[in-house]
Design a protein around this ligand. Structure first.
Ligand SMILES: [Zn+2]
Length: 329
């Protein structure tokens, strides 16, 4: 299991035990029922049965577990690097999201104190509307008080087209959807690429319904797939959707990659979300983030601090005029 390898090599200053990491990763409900470790975070919130347009595409940051936050203080110099490179105000609210290969370093702007509490979480090193000098606490405040429309102007910069996915992910998604159709599922894709500006729009408009400004959609590595008519109040739709989500977790692309869902096939806050993780996207430990901060903050650095998306600009540019500037390409 990846987490074992990751934590085995860690230095004493960031010493999390394997047991702690595992506890952080697997919902107590899942373990109590003997359900195998989840592929995604344990998002066990029930979504509204009828989702208004686009809210189904919101990436959740709500888990019914309390994260295992970093318990050992890190050196002041490292904390300073994390603040300047990644907007981390308080390293004691950092944690690794789960124990799967796709687990990444996340940051909560408030400490979660009970399993059912809602907190805002961010993928460390992901692109967003955060300015380089802003902390997550600051950008969050800015977005929450802003009028949502300032982030998107007129047309909504979101895509439903597979052509807007990361070119490496697109053929995998096409193969998966083709195979899903052959397996008898009826579905439609409601979102693929979503810009950081759109993510900010959703958080600003959501007023507490959205809990992150960072998303795999902004990297073209996620798509939202709605089954049948999308109304899980309908028994058949719900049954079909659970079957589809189970199918996705077992599916392998022709080249052996796995998609992941959030939550369990039958319990999730965000049912449509399906993503293709990448080991090159996101940090897997605090040490990795510190190392990257040292590199990207050095004078004349060749490496940007945030992970840069690999997107087909010709496909997303018409939707997101600002994307060129935001992605740095
Ligand atoms: Zn999604």
């Amino acid at each position: 299991m990846r987490i074992g390898g990751l934590f085995a090599g860690e230095t004493a200053r960031v010493r999390w035990t394997l047991a702690a990491a595992l506890m952080a990763s697997v919902g107590s409900i899942a373990t109590a029922q003997g359900i195998p470790a989840l592929k995604g975070a344990s998002t066990l919130h029930e979504a509204p049965t009828t989702l208004p347009a686009d809210t189904s595409t919101i990436e959740p940051a709500i888990n019914h577990v309390i994260p295992r936050y970093l318990s050992t203080p890190i050196p002041a110099a490292d904390a300073d690097l994390l603040r300047r490179a990644f907007g981390i105000e308080d390293p004691s609210r950092l944690y690794v999201s789960d124990s799967t290969d796709g687990a990444t370093l996340k940051y909560d702007t408030r400490r979660k104190t009970c399993a059912g509490c809602l907190v805002n979480s961010y993928h460390v090193g992901y692109i967003s509307v955060r300015e380089p000098t802003e902390s997550w606490e600051e950008v969050e405040k800015r977005v929450q008080v802003a009028k949502a429309k300032i982030f998107t102007g007129g047309p909504h910069p979101a895509s439903e087209s597979l052509s807007a996915l990361d070119p490496d992910v697109r053929p995998l998604a096409e193969a998966m959807l083709r195979d899903a159709k052959e397996a008898g599922f009826k579905f439609h894709v409601t979102a693929t690429y979503r810009s950081p500006l759109r993510q900010a729009f959703l958080m600003s408009k959501g007023r507490g319904r959205t809990h992150t400004l960072t998303s795999n959609h902004s990297y073209g590595r996620a798509l939202d797939i709605v089954i049948d008519n999308g109304n899980r109040g309908n028994k058949k739709t719900k049954r079909d959707w659970i079957a589809f989500r189970k199918w996705v977790t077992e599916y392998k692309t022709p080249t052996g990659e796995s998609f992941r869902i959030l939550g369990r096939p039958d319990a999730a806050w965000d049912w449509p979300h399906v993503e293709m993780p990448s080991s090159a996207l996101g940090f897997h430990s605090v040490d990795e983030a510190v190392a990257r901060a040292k590199e990207c903050l050095a004078p004349g650095a060749a490496v940007p601090c945030d992970f840069q998306p690999h997107l087909p600009l010709e496909a997303i540019a018409p939707l997101v005029p600002q994307a060129s500037a935001r992605t740095g390409k």
